[in-house]
Write a protein that binds this ligand. Structure first.
Ligand code: RIB
Ligand code: CA
Length: 308
């Protein structure tokens, strides 16, 4: 039996973040040391409130939640209520949290957890990279204590979803992306190139609705709300499960395929900011995924959520 991999989830819930967090809590392959929150889909304190409510829903209030950054490193905060609704997790009535956020800042938790951990930690940012970038800037030594960063963000051969060129997490805080891309940490990226192939169809949602447990019902409700934006925008058969790809990769990387490349992000001008690029012929700095076995992915996702 392999030991559970210690991870920190950095998140901006967000319905797809919520599904990713629930998948992690349902999976013995990972040990969620803490959840840190970052302004993104909706502002603080909503992302923190949503994280606390999700852990209460899953009866996992043992997992500590730390509030992170309120805004990107340089740019003003850009949020996505047009996708996620005003609460950020519209579609489900989440319980009132029975716990409060921990004292201390999410960036400091990331630093302390990486430096103090018995084994290298895996960071799982599911939103803008503000907290991760700030942690690396504040304490560069953590780079040697990070096993891997697995980030949902960016778009390489796929168009952006926020501008023609930029994916949301990269667009909101491109300067933090630059810090992470140039930090020399083992980096695996789940860009739109793969998440747009992990589409949760009505059949998948109906399977999830077949589980009576409150977690499965809440997850299905959130997806039912969240799916409308992308299905309308792209005329596709289901909602992209962006953030759950990060956790599924940690559980079973064999269901993904990708490309090693030198990755970069544009921070030069308003028309192209947040555009992520990959040079497959240069010394690679990351692996980005552009293929997924969707049947295996959704079998895993639905059965794991069904047992929470
Ligand atoms: O572009 C999709 C990403 O932006 C996802 O992480 C979603 O939750 C939003 O944060
Ligand atoms: Ca997210």
């Amino acid at each position: 039996m392999t030991l559970a991999r210690p991870i920190i989830i950095d998140t901006d819930p967000g319905q797809d973040d919520a599904i990713a967090i629930l998948l992690a809590l349902a999976s013995p392959e990972v040990d969620v040391l803490a959840v840190t929150t970052v302004a993104g889909n909706v502002p603080q304190p909503l992302v923190t409130d949503n994280a606390l409510a999700l852990l209460t829903l899953a009866n996992r209030t043992d997992v500590p939640v730390y509030r992170g950054c309120e805004r990107p490193l340089l740019r003003p905060l850009y949020t996505a209520e047009y996708v996620h609704g005003p609460s950020g997790v519209d579609g489900a009535e989440l319980p009132e949290p029975t716990v409060r956020q921990e004292p201390g800042h999410g960036v400091d938790l990331i630093i302390e957890a990486c430096l103090d951990a018995d084994e290298p930690v895996t960071l799982c940012p599911l939103g803008p990279l503000t907290n991760i970038g700030m942690a690396i800037a504040k304490e560069p030594r953590i780079v040697d204590h990070i096993r891997e960063i697995v980030w949902m963000g960016g778009a390489f051969d796929e168009p952006g979803n926020t501008t023609e060129l930029a994916e949301f997490n990269a667009y909101v805080d491109p300067h933090a992306v630059h810090v992470v891309f140039t930090a020399g940490v083992p980096l695996t990226i789940m860009p739109l190139d793969v998440t747009h192939r992990a589409l949760m169809t009505p059949d998948h949602v109906e399977r999830l609705e077949g589980y009576e447990a409150p977690v499965a019902q809440a997850a299905a409700g959130m997806i039912r709300f969240y799916e409308r934006y992308d299905i309308d925008k792209y005329d596709i058969p289901g909602a992209p499960m962006h953030d759950p790809c990060v956790i599924a990769y940690l559980i079973d990387p064999s269901m993904f395929s990708g490309v090693d490349a030198l990755v970069a992000v544009d921070i030069t001008n308003e028309a192209t900011i947040g555009n992520t690029t990959a040079d497959r012929h240069a010394e690679p700095t990351a692996t980005y995924m552009d293929g997924v076995d969707a049947d295996r992915f959704f079998d895993l996702l639905v059965t794991r959520l069904g047992r929470l």
